[in-house]
Design a protein around this ligand. Sequence first.
Ligand code: GLA
Length: 330
Amino acid sequence: MRITQVLTHCALLGTLLVAPWVQSQAQEDIKIGFIVKKPEQAWFINEQRAASEMGNKLGFEVVRLGGEDGQAVLSAIDNLYAQNAQGFVICPPDVRLGPAIMHRARQYDMKVITVDDQFVTADGQPIEDVPHLGMSGTKIGQQVGEAIVVEMKTRGWDPKEVAALRISNNELPTAVERTDGATQSLLAAGFPEDHIFDAPQQNTDTSSAFSAASPVLAQHSDYKHWVIYALNEESVLGGVRATEQYGLDAQDVIGVGINGSGAAFAEFSREKPTGFFGTVAVSSTMHGRQTAENLYYWITEGKVPKANTETAGTLMTRDNWQAVRKALGL
Ligand code: GLA
């Protein structure tokens, strides 16, 4: 007999044999996992914290786990099963792990919701039967591009003297959407296409962006000013740090990120402005809360979450960051 059948039989027997008061007790024992690819990043710390808060509010337990590669994710799922969790929310370390993760989850009869990065099939198509909540990559990317264009005008830069550093991550669809969105806005405003240079990063963090950016700056030393964009603010910060190391002045750099997490707050709190001009903030609090809540009602009431929820963002700069932070509950 397959494990899923054994589990179904046990569940059926349980329903028939268990006294009503025990059943209502069981109903209260809801436990979910919240697995993230980068547990040390401010975005994910806040997202997991918000999920736990929702658990406290509605009366379920959230087990917060890191899953930095495929092996770690599968052990996290085994660990959750051993703790009788009924499902998990996950931001996977590699979206192509989707089929393997779903296979394991189905063996354990667990419900799954993806957050931030959506699973894809072997040929790169989104796996649409796993409910997903993430940012609207294209729109938020466009906001990044628009913010860059406005700030270039404010500084009175001559487009001939400006280059763009596009820190790219082509393995991750949400990253492609975001950087493509930003590129679209730049081109629509007349930014010269041949001034846009790709710096492909191996990961989605500051150090991989720094390594990707440094050689690109060195190869194009003839530009006076640089604009920088990427899938998130951690990566834009890597690009900004590379411009500093290269010797560019903060006034000659406009970096605009995405997230609006502790990494950006720390940067805006520095005494002097840096090349990190702003970031499009999205509520990681809402991402964490909403996905945890959706999973809870799916488990307890059979309410299947929406297939795809897209969230929006607000530009946050050194001038308004505290107000935006408050408004988004960050
Ligand atoms: C991706 C990025 C994170 C964050 C989330 C938000 O996972 O790597 O930094 O931007 O998306 O959706």
